[in-house]
Design a protein around this ligand. Sequence first.
Ligand code: PFF
Length: 462
Amino acid sequence: MTGTTVSIHGMWSTRLAFILAAAGSAVGLGNIWRFPYTAGEYGGGAFVLIYLLCVAGIGIPIMMAEVLLGRRGRQSPINTMRALAEREGKTPAWSLLGWMGILAGFLILSFYSVIAGWTLAYVLRAAGGAFAGIDGAGSKALFDGLVGDGERLLAWHTIFMVLTVMVVARGVASGLERSVRWMMPALFVLLVVMVVYAAWAGDLGAAARYLFAPDFARLQDKAGEAVLSAMGQAFFSLSLGMGAIMVYGSYLRRDASIARSAVMIAATDTLVALLAGLAIFPIVFAHGLEPGSGPGLIFVTLPIAFGEIPGGGLFGTLFFTLLVFAAWTSSISILEPVVAWLVENRGFTRVRASILGGAGAWLLGIACLLSLNLWSGYTLFGKGVLDLFDYLTANVLLPLGGILIAVFAGWVLPRSATLDELGGQDGVAYRSWRFLVRYVAPMAVTLVLLNGLGLFKAMGLG
Ligand code: PFF
């Protein structure tokens, strides 16, 4: 009834391997770089609260749906969607969901690799003692120097893309599984060390109030945009809506519990994001920095901390190294869907497919990095290429993909199929999940999307 039981691309050896890989995909720059600065742009607590609601009410159910679809189809998202739709006598056009995911993947990987490049650069800076005794202004100048230098950005972007291609080329089980096993715990421990430091040297009280006391007045007329950004952040951070989690699900064995895995992955991801906030905002407030200062936030604040801590050079080097690893375990999952498709449909070897996919994202990445310097005068909707790709993927393409995934799992697949995938127990848990993917997620995501994009305002309703 469920078709093939294994994928031609390989399988995770255990459920834990899947959880680690999916958590590796989820935990990345989105948690440590993107979450704090986005929360900062929307005033903190209210954003965080909406974010948590989105993770629990929309993110976890959609993650379960995405894993379930992947495991049932056992192919790249494009072919999985086509096969599952045809099996139910529905239009093969559902494969467009897979194509949209591939587009989102290219756009995300292109700017992701540029930011990961910043992290690589900061490993060397930390190791070379560049942060010793640095103050707010010095740190800002150091960051601006990097971002303004297109050639250096290109070099780091290239190095990171090569690293990504290398792991994907080697296949899922061997390269990936082994590395995430120790990287994830190490990153976690170091983040806790940073929080302890920030509590000791910075203003933890102010940070906690900022992050956890929702003050909706701070959103003012930006409420629609803030809700959309919080939801987009949840999709981005949980790697949902573009097929990355679907393709990882296609390598998952039949006996593993999808619900429990999804909860563990989402909980880990959320904890890491909150810890990142608690490591960064105490320093922001203690040094009079601006919480809403944008994408440079961690690259400006953390060096100040590392510059003061005894052994900060070592801690800084370790921290940015782990951040590179976190980005790496995410970037491979962004590339995997297109690689699986090239292998399935074009008969490419994995190596060739990975190189081709990586090269495409690399080229797009050049436009992203130039938008930070040479092309900084060119904008669309007030955004440069990098910001535009980031906004378009997190706040539009991933939510759209999420709606389609929820609709497919809730309305197209028969109840018996999803019940079977989710363990066969027709209890409260299953019924709640089905209610969430059939009604809540599609409607909530659609409303937030239309409202955030200003549609209701344009119609005179807002
Ligand atoms: N979840 C990753 C992060 O938070 O850094 C980014 C990401 C990975 C987004 C995979 C989308 C994706 F499919």
